[in-house]
Design a protein around this ligand. Structure first.
Ligand code: GDP
Length: 455
């Protein structure tokens, strides 16, 4: 681990009332002292955790005046000695203060490096560090609630509790294998099985709502499927044109496509393959079933759109087949032209909730979004104290469940105890990786590279 002094602007590079230059590392106070002119004392004599008014100078040149704080490790964000300059929040002022610090020998911090140090110094575990970035990125109440619960350590404690029990059982097994005279395995298996089931159940309960939680914090990946000209891009525009819609271009998760996301109240829809929808507005373009299939596979929600003013055809039936294993809604568009089929009857026949809408007038869209909100259990999810939304955590929890299942199988089959310890230790390690124990450098670097500068 590096022990040099790092510095960065922690408040972003847009103008604001206040901007903070943060400096962290052993010797940070001494490094910054010549830059800070406090009334009647040197920065080296400043009391930790106090705000001091002072001038910030580089040699003779006045750079700014502001409030300066010294935080002594381990009682700081990074657990190292830290100086924070609260400057006037203009990019020029902040850059000149940062440059002055760098000129004294500090190194520009990499994105997330302050938090990485907090992790490496043991002040945060990896899941808590990940919660920091989730919190910064939170775009709705649920995402914030989830990130804060994780940051407070609730999740880590729950995982830690499960690990501790696994370790205890494994340790006893190992001891008994090494020293059968003093440690008996008589009845051990019978007692162990219900405990392993309980631990597995505990992890399962964490996993239960994870998909729902993820779609609510990240947005529901939504595929709009339909023949050319049924009104897909009109629907897209209607969604994006919602009163409080926010349009962002974010790279598609698995393909090189642009996703647009729109927010309708608490509901965030990430509209998949919008480029494909826009391109295929041309009636000559083929159905693009392969493209539709890929979107359907990636989606959390499928909106299957028909031209409601005409009877469904075989091409519609082909698209319907893509909706079998996913939450899907049938939308009869162009209701303003009069409907060829009754929505309730068609919905029943196709076994899909069916809505008459008009992408042109917006009629019926409220009912569609209300249905989606209910379908994804927004209210219910909000009540959950702990929600696993991080895909890395989810995958590791699933691995742990699998290892515990194998251990239970071994127990039932009466397999040798050393096999059992292998599975138990696998579960222990998977859970440990969530907290960052034994995590390798690549993983750690990858996680922190997603952070923003100055955090
Ligand atoms: P796409 O090929 O599925 O993306 O379909 P478009 O959104 O390009 O729409 C095809 C045509 O249908 C356009 O002329 C739209 O103006 C029209 N259209 C779309 N939605 C409606 C609607 O709700 N009512 C009516 N009357 N026309 C619509």
């Amino acid at each position: 681990m590096d022990h040099d002094i790092i510095a960065a602007i922690s408040t972003g590079l847009t103008s604001g009332g206040i901007g903070i230059v943060r400096v962290s590392g052993p010797g940070a106070v001494e490094l910054c002292a010549p830059l800070a002119e406090l009334k009647g004392r040197s920065l080296k004599e400043a009391e930790p955790n106090h705000l001091y008014y002072g001038k910030i100078r580089r040699d003779e040149q006045l750079l700014d005046e502001g409030l300066i704080t010294v935080l002594k490790g381990p009682k700081s964000y990074t657990a190292e000695d830290t100086v924070e300059f609260q400057c006037h929040g203009g990019p020029f002022v902040l850059k000149s203060v940062l440059e002055a610090v760098l000129a004294r020998g500090a190194r520009l911090a990499e994105p997330g490096e302050f938090t990485k140090r907090a992790f490496l110094n043991g002040r945060l575990d990896l899941s808590e560090a990940e919660a920091v970035i989730d919190l910064i990125r939170a775009e709705n109440e649920l995402a914030r609630h989830t990130a804060l619960a994780q940051l407070s350590g609730d999740f880590s404690r729950r995982i830690g509790g499960i690990r501790a029990e696994i370790l205890e059982k494994t340790a006893y097994l190992e001891a008994a294998l090494d020293d059968p005279e003093h440690y008996s395995l008589e009845g051990f298996g019978e007692a162990l099985a219900p405990r392993l089931k309980a631990l597995k159940g505990d992890i399962d309960s964490l996993l239960k709502d994870s998909d729902k939680g993820r779609v609510l914090t990240e947005g529901i990946r939504t595929a709009i499927l339909g023949r050319p000209n049924v009104g897909k891009s009109s629907l897209l525009n209607a969604f994006l044109g919602f009163e409080r819609a926010i349009v962002t271009g974010i790279p598609g998760t698995t393909r090189d496509t642009i996703e647009e996301s729109c927010r309708v109240g608490e509901l965030v829809l990430r509209l998949l393959d919008t480029a494909g929808i826009r391109e295929s507005g041309d009636a000559v373009e083929a159905l693009g079933i392969e493209r539709a299939r890929r979107s359907a596979e990636e989606a959390d929600l499928i909106l299957l759109m028909l031209d409601g003013s005409a009877a469904p055809g075989p091409e519609d039936e082909a698209l319907r087949a893509l909706c079998r294993h996913k939450p899907a809604l049938l939308l009869l568009n162009k209701a303003d032209l009069g409907l060829a089929a009754d929505p309730a009857t068609l919905g029943k026949a196709w076994d899909l909730p069916c809505f008459a809408i008009s992408a042109k007038t917006g009629a019926g869209l409220e009912a569609v979004t209300a249905h989606i909100r209910e379908r994804f259990c927004l209210e219910e999810i909000r009540q959950q104290p702990l929600l696993v939304t991080n895909l890395r955590h989810k995958a590791l929890l699933e691995q742990a469940v699998q290892s515990l299942s194998l251990a239970l199988e071994s127990l039932e089959l009466g397999a040798p105890e050393d096999l059992l310890t292998i599975d138990l230790m696998d579960a222990y390690r998977s859970l440990g990786l969530i907290l960052g124990e034994e995590a390798d450098e690549d993983l750690i670097n990858e996680i922190f590279s997603k952070f923003c500068m100055g955090k």
